[in-house]
Design a protein around this ligand. Structure first.
Ligand code: MV4
Length: 447
C-alpha cells in the first residue's frame, strides 16, 4: 500500500501527479526550491518541503535532500515526473536502499536502457527491428569510418549515453565522417563522460512514432497505441497526436506487438515508451526506450481513457494490471500543443516573468495542463514549458478545428509565448493534410 507520495518535480507535471494522488486518496508531499515558494505544486500538495536554492543542481536534482524530505515526511514513494531525476538509475537505487518506492522501473533497467548501444543489442536479440547499423560499440573515428564506408552513406553517428539528439551527428559522405564523429563524441564526453558511440544507416524522412507501454511486476505487458511526435524543433517536441494517421490497424497491431516484445525483453516494469522511426514505406525501426512518464502522455489518455499516472502508482504498489490488450480501445483523435514562455521572434529565447493575465479555454474535449496562474512569476531557472493544451474529438479534422478554436481563445499575458506560432502550425495546410515527418518545421519555417 502507498499512503503518501513525494513528488520530486515542479510545474504542470507535479500538479498532474498531485491531482492523481488526491483522486486516489493518497497524501502528497511537494518539494520546492527557493524560487518555487509560490508555485502551484507547492500550494496544492498536502505538505511542502523546501529542498534548496533556485538552481536545480541544489534542489530538484539533489538526491540526498529529496530523500531526506521523503524520510522526514514519512512518504512511502517518490514520483519523479519527467526530466530531473526521472531517468537517473543512481537515484532509483538510492530510493530502494532507503526503502522508498521509486515510481518507475528498477535502477538496473533504467541503466540498461539508458545505454542506447546496449539497448540496441537487447532489441536485436529479441527480434525487434532496429535501424541497420553496428551491434558493438565504436570508440574511434577510424574504426567508425571503415564501418560507415561499408554501410554506405548517409549515416547517423550516435552517442550511447545520448538521446533526444544529444551527441548525434549525420555524415553524408566519407569526407565528412571523421570530423562529425569526433564532434559527436566530444559532445558525448562533455555531456555524459562517455565516449561510446554507435552508427546507424540514416533514415531519410521518418515520422517519430512512439508506443505507450504499461508493464506490471508480474510480466504482464500491454500497449496503449502510439503517438506521432514528428512536429519538433531542435529535438524539442511541439505538437503530439494520437493515433498516428500513417498507421492502419494491421500496422498498429504489428508495431504494438513489437513494442510489447521490446518491453518484455528488457524485463520492463511500470509505464514506458518505445520510440520508433517510421519511414514512408511503412518500415519501422526501434530507436530507444524511455523509462519515464512523458510530457505528451495526455494524448494517449484522451484516446484510451486510461489515467497513466494512476496506473504508474498502482503498478509501483504491486498491483496486477487490471486490463488485457483486448480492453484497450482507441477512440477518436487527440492533439497536444506545448505552450512555452519563449519568444519565437528572438530565436525562441526563454521569456520568464510575471503572468499579468491568463485565460484558459474550456469546453467539451478540452484539457489544459498547467501550473501558472494570474500573478505567478515564472522563474528563469527551469524549462520554459508553462502549459499543455490537449484536445480530443471524433476525428483528426475535428480535433484540429478544436485546437484552432482553443488556441485562439487562450490568453497568457506578461511574458512572450509560442501560442501564435502554434496557431500557425496547427492551421498549416500541410499539417492538416497529415503530410508530416521530423523535418516538417525545418521544411515549412526554415527553423
Ligand atoms: C535517426 C534519424 C534518422 N536516421 N536515426 C533524433 C533523436 C533521437 N531519438 C533519434 N533521432 C533521429 N535518429 C537514424 N538512423 C533521425 C532522427 C531525427 C529525429 C527523430 C525524431 C524526431 C525528430 C528528429 C529530428 C531530426 C533527426
Amino acid at each position: 500500500m502507498i499512503n503518501k507520495i513525494l513528488v520530486a518535480n515542479r510545474g504542470e507535471i507535479a500538479v498532474r501527479i498531485i491531482r492523481a494522488c488526491r483522486e486516489m486518496g493518497i497524501k502528497t508531499v511537494a518539494v520546492y526550491s527557493a524560487a518555487d515558494r509560490e508555485a502551484l505544486h507547492t500550494q496544492l500538495a498536502d505538505e511542502a518541503v523546501c529542498i534548496g536554492p533556485a538552481d536545480s543542481a541544489g534542489s530538484y536534482l539533489n538526491m540526498e535532500r529529496i530523500l531526506s524530505a521523503t524520510i522526514l515526511t514519512k512518504a512511502d514513494a517518490i514520483h519523479p515526473g519527467f526530466g530531473f531525476l526521472s531517468e537517473n538509475s543512481k537515484f532509483a537505487a538510492m530510493c530502494k536502499k532507503c526503502n522508498i518506492i521509486f515510481i518507475g522501473p528498477d535502477a538496473e533497467i533504467i541503466e540498461k536502457l539508458g545505454n542506447k548501444s546496449e539497448a540496441r543489442k537487447t532489441m536485436i536479440n529479441a527480434g525487434v527491428p532496429v535501424t541497420p547499423g553496428t551491434t558493438e560499440p565504436v570508440y574511434d573515428a577510424k574504426k567508425g569510418l571503415e564501418i560507415a564506408d561499408n554501410m554506405g552513406y548517409p549515416v547517423m553517428i550516435k552517442a550511447s549515453s545520448g538521446g533526444g539528439g544529444r551527441g548525434m551527428r549525420m555524415a553524408e559522405s566519407h569526407e565528412e565522417f571523421v570530423v562529425n564523429f569526433n564532434t559527436a563524441q566530444s559532445e558525448s564526453v562533455a555531456a555524459f563522460g562517455d565516449n561510446t558511440m554507435y552508427i546507424e544507416k540514416y533514415i531519410q524522412s521518418p515520422r517519430h512514432v512512439e508506443f505507450q507501454i504499461l508493464a506490471d511486476k508480474y510480466g504482464n505487458v500491454i500497449h496503449l497505441g502510439e503517438r506521432d511526435c514528428s512536429i519538433q524543433r531542435n529535438h524539442q517536441k511541439m505538437i503530439e497526436e494520437s493515433p498516428c494517421i500513417a498507421i492502419d490497424e494491421e500496422l498498429r497491431t504489428k508495431m504494438g506487438e513489437t513494442a510489447v516484445r521490446a518491453a518484455k525483453a528488457a524485463h520492463y516494469e511500470n509505464a514506458g515508451t518505445i520510440e520508433f522511426l517510421l519511414d514512408s514505406s511503412g518500415e519501422f525501426y526501434f530507436m530507444e526506450m524511455n523509462t519515464r512518464i512523458q510530457v505528451e502522455h495526455p494524448v494517449t489518455e484522451m484516446v484510451t481513457g486510461f489515467d497513466l499516472i494512476k496506473e504508474q502508482i498502482k503498478i509501483a504498489a504491486g498491483e496486477k494490471l487490471s486490463y488485457t490488450q483486448a480492453d484497450v480501445v482507441i477512440s477518436g483523435h487527440a492533439v497536444e500543443c506545448r505552450i512555452n514562455a519563449e519568444d519565437p521572434s528572438k530565436k525562441f529565447r526563454p521569456s520568464p516573468g510575471k503572468i499579468e493575465r491568463v485565460h484558459f479555454p474550456g469546453g467539451n474535449g478540452v484539457r489544459i495542463e498547467s501550473a501558472i496562474y494570474q500573478g505567478y512569476v515564472i522563474p528563469p531557472n527551469y524549462d520554459s514549458m508553462i502549459c499543455k493544451v490537449i484536445v480530443h474529438d471524433k476525428t483528426r479534422e475535428a480535433a484540429i478545428q478544436k485546437m484552432i478554436s482553443v488556441l485562439g481563445e487562450l490568453v497568457i499575458e506578461g511574458v512572450q509565448t509560442n501560442i501564435d506560432f502554434q496557431f500557425d502550425l496547427i492551421s498549416n495546410e500541410r499539417f492538416c493534410e497529415g503530410k508530416i515527418n521530423t523535418h516538417f518545421i525545418k521544411d515549412v519555417y526554415g527553423l
